[in-house]
Design a protein around this ligand. Structure first.
Ligand SMILES: [Zn+2]
Length: 288
């Protein structure tokens, strides 16, 4: 990956430099790289360039194809990763996530700062799982989407799994999860699961077998491949998760380690900060 100064990264939101022509790849969308780092191999014809000095004093370049094809190793340029990601967010109705950046993340309370600092630690050296549980309106999605956006600058192309939406879709589809989607969720290098195992009325008895099976299978696959990074937000408490599936919960704990496993007190309703916008203490756009 190209080295970009940390300060520059902090002030970037995805949209800010969207219109700017890419100086890294000259808008080709890919960069030449080493074999180890390559995503695809392309055959390119070798070209001989001859400089011809004309009689009128001008210099011309002549490109002659040699008929010899070379293998070139390329990977997606960061501008392409970014534009693909933005396209997916917009197409998925999540364009409100695009502007979420660490630079415009405002904290009002000590507890927010703790979670924000943890996300900042995680972004430096992302490990298997960043996990945050809290009541609705506590800003978990905001924090997690900020983290996912940031990791684009480390070359990751985040996929979002909006749990409630996907499970509703599966229920409409004769209770089946689309296999293509399922295998993508199991293997994509960076997955953000929003509202993991969301259940009606926050009652875990209302979770279906399909939902539990899917959760278990995705987490198991990602647990078995330590290179994959997962970000999870949920309203479930540690007690609820353990009741749903003890081994699933212990995998999550192992993946996140105590450093990146966060549970807010579910009884502390002051952590629902959505109401603040009504009294003008919080900029409206900060709450999604
Ligand atoms: Zn580029």
């Amino acid at each position: 990956m190209q080295k970009i100064a940390q300060k520059e990264l902090d002030t970037l939101s995805i949209q800010n430099d969207y219109e700017v022509k890419c100086k890294i790849c000259n808008d080709k969308g890919f960069v030449v790289t080493t074999k180890e780092d390559a995503e695809l191999v392309e055959e390119r014809e070798e070209i001989i360039t001859t400089i011809i000095d004309g009689p009128d004093g001008t210099t011309k370049k002549k490109h002659t194809p040699t008929g010899v094809f070379n293998k070139v190793y390329t990977k997606k340029c960061i501008c392409k990763v970014k534009s693909d990601y933005m396209y997916r967010l917009t197409a998925g109705g999540m364009s409100n996530f695009i502007n979420h950046s660490f630079n415009n993340f405002i904290t009002k309370f000590k507890w927010q700062e703790i979670f924000l600092n943890s996300a900042k630690d995680f972004r430096k050296d992302p490990t298997q799982l960043f996990f945050i549980s809290g009541i609705a309106g506590s800003g978990k999605t905001r924090l997690c989407s900020t983290l996912a956006n940031y990791l684009v600058y480390k070359g990751y192309s985040p996929e979002y799994l909006l749990w409630e939406r996907e499970m509703a879709e599966a229920t409409d589809n004769y209770r089946a999860i689309d296999f293509k989607k399922f295998s993508m969720w199991s293997s994509i290098p960076l997955l953000y699961i929003d509202d993991f195992l969301k259940c009606m009325d926050n009652d875990i008895n209302k979770l279906t077998d399909l939902e539990k099976r899917t959760a278990r299978a995705i987490i198991n696959a990602r647990y078995n491949n330590p290179k994959l990074i997962t970000i999870i937000s949920t309203e479930l408490t540690d007690v609820q998760l353990e009741r749903i599936d003890r081994s699933l919960f212990s995998r999550l704990k192992e993946m996140a380690t105590s450093k990146y496993l966060h549970f807010m007190d579910p009884k502390d309703t002051s952590r629902d900060i959505r109401h603040l916008k009504f009294i003008g203490e919080w900029p409206t756009e900060e709450i999604k």
